[in-house]
Design a protein around this ligand. Structure first.
Ligand code: ADP
Ligand code: ZN
Ligand code: ZN
Length: 729
């Protein structure tokens, strides 16, 4: 009898033993999927971890596997190594890590087979058709015009990105013989323009990295916004692809990927696979398989793309490496940036971490000579860095959220037909809603936080748990109907600006206004076409975008970043500030940034504005060193939540006792209530552990997780462990 250890998608830090017949021996390799009986389920998908000759479990209790799903492992040796490393480092159940590494279709047991994607193209008749004739069928007309605007056949996926539920519309057009399906064989994109000549700094960066191809080295490409980091990536991508190897590129936000994809496709002739959360599960699996069998040369995606298998890895690129979205916040809490570094070391590849505002972790690794620093200090092309000016808000007359200085500056820019961006990282109309008569304030009863007022939708919404209720009712306190809105969100900014500049075209871009599929792209098109004068945006608009006509950036409020209790708040504030500022004056006209604040003398703010991000980062690093906070120490956070506090307290006390050692380099804090003590009806507690040594932290946790998992309290509460937590809430 052969015993196989099988990982299942269950939150337990162990594998399960089954028996297998000799007939299957050929196929029984680590990384192969099997069906096994588990509890009441007859066929649960599992992944084989190892085969062995004996088991701790009594022979008669071992059940046989039902069947083997794959001829060859879905994960290769290199990927399995990553999985095991991650399960160990993040102290996360191996089954969950393994399944996380697979696209959903494969987790469900679907066949790992490549099928060529369906493309839609115009028929001869469709190509000359007058779309006016479809006046009464606006959806058909829109898709037809979309296809008319494209020179080549378009994938069904591309159409779905722009239009919701397009299938019946496509079928109607097909019936009219205006469009037809075709199947793509090779999707190699052909580069069109290629005439950028790199400047000296870019050449130096490219050469340094190129020399490391074939071995592991981490490069921190620290270049101001618009300095041409992307050009450096493109140059290296070309080199690596030409040598027959693959490049994996991580981008922090799905909203940014279309631009990056287009830019790379225009410049590099290669086959590209894109992975992001907007894909259907079968599309995701196809992209994943193309990467695995080497038919994709370039793989681009958001966080989870780090789990894409690669046949011939050559280079890893993590764009905007400081971005928090690289850390998964729930379930398996990995950092895609950190895994890119590990993965590049396992596969002997260079990895580029690019940013205009590197994280404290990466800067410290440069200091420690672990990473190689490459700098691009000037903007490429003709653009200069924007001028920055502080507006002291104290005791000033305001028009809504705006000072007079800000409004005059906007007016001036508009009179020169330039675009203005106003940044506020708070969506909705107002963050608080109060009864003027009795002082009642709308709070979420499940989170103990204020409800945000969304005027256009007539609702109050909790931004912590998503609960919504109508705002069109009487005050529950006094039955009167006389409310006042406190504070400002993007929706309210829009209202104020409409009043001040009635002729201006105002565009608000935040999660509310871009909910509809394709709307973000539509808005970006409007901006590029010059069909918007004032842009109001949250961080969605702050990152990466290139708006040629934009000359003034007004930062309405980032004071929150200066007075938060989270030790990372000032780093985040500075990164966001630099990113937003980087949107101003990216072409010929000089850009300007105006920052409104009630703390004009704040020392960190001043070093950021007067001396720039690097000086700011130096000071912040010194501060972190003094206080022994990351990157000078390593954290792990136990979180628990449940209906009652007692069982959590008992649980975390026990965790504390288990972890207790006399090791001087290991500290435990708590249990204490989480900063957001109640969320979605649950009470939340935390226990923080900390060490100056990563390996001591890992060792102590590793020794105890099995015992922690076995504590009886775990049945009554939910708990999780977050290694290197980014969000302490
Ligand atoms: P980053 O990625 O650092 O923000 P980009 O690569 O997007 O910078 O470059 C900013 C702008 O400068 C882009 O429009 C790009 O085409 C242009 N650019 C970059 N490098 C050069 C160069 N060597 N010569 C001319 N233009 C360049
Ligand atoms: Zn009232
Ligand atoms: Zn809530």
């Amino acid at each position: 009898m052969i015993i196989v250890s099988v990982a299942l998608q269950v939150p337990l830090r162990k594998t399960f033993d089954y028996s297998a017949g000799k007939n299957d021996l050929e196929k029984l390799k680590p990384g192969v999927r099997v069906y096994v009986p588990f509890g009441k389920q007859k066929h649960k998908v599992g992944i084989l971890v190892e085969t062995k000759n004996s088991s701790q479990i009594a022979r008669e209790k071992i059940k046989p596997i039902s069947s083997v799903l794959d001829e060859t492992p879905v994960l290769s040796e290199a990927e399995l190594k990553m999985v095991h490393w991650s399960a160990d480092y993040y102290q996360h159940p191996i089954g969950e890590v393994l399944f996380n590494a697979l696209p959903v279709s494969l987790r469900q047991g679907k066949e790992a087979k490549i099928v060529n994607p369906v493309l839609w193209q115009l028929t001869k008749q469709g190509a000359v058709y007058n779309s006016e004739l479809l006046k009464t069928a606006p959806k058909q007309r829109a898709i037809l015009e979309f296809l008319l605007s494209k020179a080549a056949p378009v994938t069904a996926e591309n159409i779905r990105e722009k239009f919701s539920t397009p299938l019946p519309v496509l079928q109607a057009l097909e019936k009219k013989c205006l469009i037809e399906k075709t199947v793509s064989v090779s999707q190699e994109s052909k580069a069109i323009d290629d005439n950028v000549s790199l400047n000296d700094d870019q050449i130096f960066a490219c050469d340094s990295i190129a020399k490391s191809i074939g071995r592991h080295q981490v490069f921190l490409l620290d270049g101001v916004t618009g300095s041409g980091k992307t050009e450096v990536y493109i140059e290296l991508i070309k080199k690596v692809v030409k040598s027959g190897k693959q490049v994996l590129i991580l981008s922090p936000e799905i909203g940014l990927t279309p631009q990056l994809i287009e830019r790379i496709q225009n410049r590099v002739s290669a086959r590209m696979a894109v992975l992001h959360s907007g894909l259907s599960s079968s599309e995701r699996m196809q992209a994943w398989l193309q990467a695995r069998n080497g038919t994709a040369d370039i793989i681009l995606g958001t966080r989870s793309a780090i789990w894409t298998p690669l046949l011939k890895p050559g280079l890893f690129i993590v764009d905007e490496e400081h971005d928090v979205s690289y850390k998964q916040q729930d379930g398996f809490k990995y950092s895609a940036r950190d895994l890119a570094i590990i993965r590049s070391s396992f596969t002997s590849c260079p990895v580029i971490l690019g940013s205009a505002t590197p994280s404290m972790e990466s800067l410290n690794n440069v200091e420690a000579r672990k990473y190689h620093l490459l700098r691009l200090d000037k903007r490429a092309g003709s653009a200069e860095q924007a001028d920055i000016e502080i507006i002291d808000l104290r005791n000033k007359a305001m028009e809504g959220a705006f000072s007079q200085v800000m409004l005059s500056a906007i007016e001036k820019e508009l009179s020169h037909r330039k675009q203005v961006l106003l940044f506020l990282n708070r969506r909705g109309y107002a963050p608080a809603f109060m009864c003027h008569h009795c002082g009642w304030i709308a709070k979420c009863d499940r989170c103990e936080s204020n409800m945000t007022f969304h005027k256009s939708r007539g609702i109050l919404s909790c931004h912590h748990c998503g609960r919504q209720e109508s705002s069109r009712r009487n005050c529950p306190g006094c039955e009167m109907n006389d409310f006042i809105e406190i504070g400002h969100g993007t929706e309210r900014l829009s209202e104020t600006l409409t009043k001040c500049f009635p002729k201006a075209k105002i565009l608000r871009i935040d999660r509310d206004s871009t909910r509809r599929k394709g709307s973000m792209e539509d808005m970006l098109d409007l901006i590029k076409a010059g069909d918007a004068d004032i842009l109001i945006g949250t961080q969605m608009l702050a990152k990466g975008h290139h708006f040629p006509a934009l000359t003034l950036v007004g930062i309405v409020d980032i004071d929150g970043g200066l007075c938060s209790t989270d030790f990372r708040a000032s780093e985040r504030m500075a990164q966001l500030f630099v990113q937003v500022s980087g949107r101003a004056g990216r072409e010929k006209s000089q850009g300007k940034v105006l920052l409104q604040t009630h703390f004009p003398d704040h020392p960190l703010l001043n070093s950021l504005i007067k001396k720039g991000y690097r000086s700011f980062a130096d000071e912040l690093l010194k501060e972190r060193k003094l206080t022994v906070l990351p990157p000078f120490s390593f954290l792990a956070l136990f979180r628990s939540e449940g209906i009652k506090q007692e069982s959590q307290l008992k649980f975390l006390e026990k965790v504390r006792n288990l972890l207790k050692t006399d090791n001087q380099q290991f500290q435990i804090y708590g249990p204490y209530p989480a900063p957001i003590e109640k969320r979605a009806g649950k009470i939340r507690m935390q226990l923080l552990v900390m060490s100056e040594s990563r390996s001591i932290l890992n060792k102590i946790l590793k020794k105890n997780t099995a015992a922690i998992e076995g504590l009886p309290e775990t049945r009554k509460i939910r708990w999780s462990l977050d290694i290197d937590p980014q969000d302490m809430m």
